[in-house]
Design a protein. Structure first.
Ligand SMILES: [Zn+2]
Lengths: 98, 502
């Protein structure tokens, strides 16, 4: 099993602004652990003869035409925001006083 | 710290420049989603799950944005990468809701080009070749407004408000190679480069390149080294440089500041600095400028870009005439000197003059209005020439009203001011405000008769042949007709009235 600690998981959730319950922390903790273990297994076989791959599909130039589509309304856009003001997302202070 | 002058600094140090210019493309939609890119919409209304970074959303690449950046690269004599990828630049900062920006890392779409720019000097001008390191595609960030706190700035703000309308607008970043050997001309080279780049991009029609609206933004990197030294000094990066004039001022003031720091035996700190429009100085930006670790990796949600050689060749064949070639062609057509041409280019009004001439105006008159009265008004309003609310067609119309005798020079200025003030077209303003030159001889003769009766002494002198005395009477007539009379015409009618000949 991976050594992702409960504290590390809580900190990740905080940085990503995702509120997780104790129960969810336990579930996601074991799932993330499984993913980390799998990545570790892949890393064991990496050597200089293996070309890194960024995409699973051998495709290029997948483009979208420049045509305007549907956007969200302001209230839809802000619906999941923890805090708003003046039709904008309100976020905590970014830097401390100099 | 000593207060030294620009010239003094250059006796001991030489500058090394690097310029990063961001250009917002004028595509209809954002680079990775179909939201519109319109400027000035209500906050957070040009947004969708993709540009808000909501879970489960996937980016799709705008073909027009790819085409536009390739055209910019080709116009800058760049190589077009046959294969490149987008990359994630990871950082936790609320201007990007995904906590990463989709950009490009070591595989830019365009690289290794150059732009020749015309830099004014005592003898007219010199062409300086600016090397282009890379041109890459990325997405613009959201707009933050910092609130509360003691300074109103980001430091110590209680909170910030975010509008993501701008997040995801396609942005092209153009990075120069190191620009060396410019010495005292460094500020002018920087300005000439940004100006030439702006003309080039506008000429391609891929961006509005309005510096005041932020669709063209410039960051200036600058370092000083002792004259003759091989080692580059520590550089600073000045951001927030939002006009051509500011580019020149920012480089100049940063050169003087760094020279003073080095003179006093201290070291220049590698940091981001902010340009202050008010006094032309720069001040330190974010103090916690950490060694940035963005953990770039290839964007897994977007497939590689591999422009077909035939497509690139087609785009190259369709490029419009290059600004440098256009300058030469126009200078020859107008038959003006290097010096006169430079002043047109530096005013940022070359397209405006060309369009005014195309609208039927004489070339000398077109240059006279844009370089003279209109430049003066732009300066007064602290605007660029092109943002004045008067079109080349309207300037040509004013000039044709002068040619037809409806306006004189003085009234034309009044009309121009009124057009800029939004009072209507030149013809409407002349009609509504009764500004036409008085050409009806009856009204003019009546005014002349009044003036004659008011100045019998002067009239006597004129009749004796002292024609230079006529100025006083002509002046009185001009005053009575509020400047709407043609002075030469008044003179002619006055002499006819008095029966004297010149
Ligand atoms: Zn969107």
């Amino acid at each position: 099993m991976s050594n992702l600690s409960r504290a590390e998981l809580e900190n990740l959730a905080k940085l990503a602004r995702i509120n997780l319950t104790d129960e969810e922390l336990t579930i996601f903790g074991s799932q993330l652990g499984l993913i980390l273990d799998s990545v570790a297994k892949v890393q064991e076989v990496v050597n200089d003869s293996i070309v890194p791959m960024s995409h699973a599909l051998p495709m290029t130039n997948v483009f979208r035409p420049d045509v305007v589509g549907q956007s969200l309304s302001n209230s839809e856009a802000l619906a999941a925001a923890p805090s708003t003001q003046d039709h904008r997302f309100k976020v905590p202070r970014i830097l401390d006083e100099e | 710290m000593t207060n030294l002058s620009f010239d003094d600094a250059l006796t001991r140090f030489e500058p090394t420049l690097g310029l990063e210019v961001h250009v917002e493309l004028n595509t209809a939609t954002k680079v990775f989603c179909a939201c519109p890119t319109s400027f000035g919409s209500e906050p957070n209304t040009n947004v969708c799950p993709v540009c808000l970074g909501l879970p489960g959303s996937l980016p799709t690449l705008n073909e027009k944005a790819v085409e536009s950046i390739i055209r910019i690269g080709l116009a800058l004599n760049c190589q077009i990468a046959p294969w490149s990828r987008m990359a994630r630049k990871n950082y936790f900062y609320p201007d990007m809701p995904k906590d990463f920006q989709i950009s490009q890392y070591d595989e830019p779409i365009c690289f290794d080009g150059y732009l020749d720019v015309l830099v004014p000097d005592q003898d007219g001008s010199t062409t300086v070749r600016i090397g282009i390191e890379r041109v890459h595609l990325e997405e613009d960030t959201g707009k933050l407004t910092h609130a509360g706190g003691s300074t109103g700035r980001i430091h110590g703000a209680d909170y910030s408000l975010v509008d993501y309308n701008r997040a995801g607008i396609p942005l092209v970043e153009i990075v120069t190679k190191v620009i060396d050997g410019t010495k005292h001309a460094a500020p002018l080279v920087a300005k000439a480069y940004v100006s030439a780049l702006r003309d080039l991009v506008r000429n391609l029609g891929v961006s509005d390149v309005r510096m005041e609206e932020g669709s063209l933004r410039c960051d200036a990197n600058l370092s000083l080294k002792p004259i003759g030294s091989e080692t580059l000094g520590t550089r600073t990066e000045t951001k927030n440089v939002n006009s051509l004039r500011s580019v020149e001022r920012a480089v100049r003031s940063e050169m003087v500041r760094q020279a003073a720091v080095l003179d006093s035996g201290q070291k220049v700190r590698q940091e981001t600095r902010h340009f202050q429009e008010s006094d032309g100085s720069t001040s330190p930006g974010r103090s916690k400028e950490q060694a940035e670790e963005y953990r770039y990796f290839p964007e897994p949600d977007l497939l590689p870009i591999a422009p077909d050689a035939a497509w690139v060749a087609k785009l190259k064949s369709e490029l419009p005439e290059a600004p440098a070639a256009k300058r030469e062609r126009l200078q020859a057509a107008w038959g003006i000197s290097d010096f006169e041409m430079i002043s047109v280019i530096n005013s940022g009004g070359i397209d405006l003059v060309e369009k005014t001439i195309a609208a039927g105006c004489d070339q000398a008159a077109a240059r006279k209005w844009w370089m003279g009265e209109l430049s003066r008004i732009a300066n007064e309003l602290d605007q660029e020439l092109e943002s004045l609310s008067i079109s080349p067609k309207q300037v040509a119309e004013v000039e044709s009203l002068i040619q037809s005798g409806t306006l004189n020079d003085k009234l034309a200025r009044v009309v121009i001011a009124a057009v800029i003030n939004g009072e209507g077209s030149p013809a409407e303003i002349v009609a509504n405000q009764n500004l036409a030159v008085v050409s009806d001889d009856t009204a003019l003769l009546a005014a002349i008769d009044v003036a004659i009766t008011q100045s019998p002494d002067v009239v006597a002198k004129i009749k004796e042949g002292k024609l230079q005395a006529a100025g006083a009477v002509i002046g009185a007539v001009m005053k009575a007709t509020k400047g709407q009379a043609d002075a030469a015409k008044v003179r002619q009618l006055l002499f006819e009235r008095l029966g004297v000949s010149e």
